[in-house]
Design a binder for this molecule. Sequence first.
Ligand code: ADP
Length: 249
Amino acid sequence: MMDEVIKDFDREKKEMKLIDENGKRIDGRSAEELRPVKMKVGVLNRADGSAYIEWGKNKVVAAVYGPREAQPRHIQNPLKGIVQARYNMVSFSVTDRKRPGPDRRSIEISKIISEALEAAVITESFPRTTIDVSMEVLQADAGTRCAGLTAASLALADAGVPMKDLVVACAAGKVDGQVVLDLLKEEDNYGQADLPVAIMPKSEEVVLLQMDGHLTQEEFDRALSMAIEGCKKLYEMQKEALKMSVGGE
Ligand code: ADP
């Protein structure tokens, strides 16, 4: 609650200039440019599947366990498997030490990521099971739910879990009155809106869409299509990362 109050207060201040006269953002990017992204699949030996992503200053590791029998039994679905994702920020991931353990924000993010992944996984193939997906944010700089979800779907593919398609996520938003792709921390804090989007790129089905702040209908349409274009670029990187893991190291 307090975090949200502070964030809204920051938005009102709008003191920081985020786009210069040449249209460049504080890290030198243009409006439609992603931060540098690196992905690696199969980084952990003990999990059934895993992936690591560096996205700008974000660093997230994802691990998958299962499908395995869901426990306790009353959570089992006799017709399909369930996906239980857990998003966690480690205490050293942000500037001020984060209090360990779940909070309202991480519970919300875990829920929406579970739903986004469940849309892709062919859960009917393994009734009564659970697939547990754990995301640890080691370093955060805005966009961690997108980074976590993108890494989580790679970890599921690494675990050999059957899916309709990979899930890939990217945000767009509004900064200094302009619609831009992939907000970093200062842009998220002092900008006017943030719109994280996740899709299954083959069908372009949207599996996650949230909005923080205000956009006109026109800005929303532009931000959504910009985020989808960002997702498509990340999808190519995901496929490359999976090929590298099959190549073996
Ligand atoms: P996302 O990381 O998906 O963009 P938010 O918009 O909620 O999610 O958060 C934006 C950024 O704010 C995070 O990436 C992180 O850098 C910072 N942040 C979030 N929660 C905390 C917290 N409890 N303490 C400090 N910084 C935080």
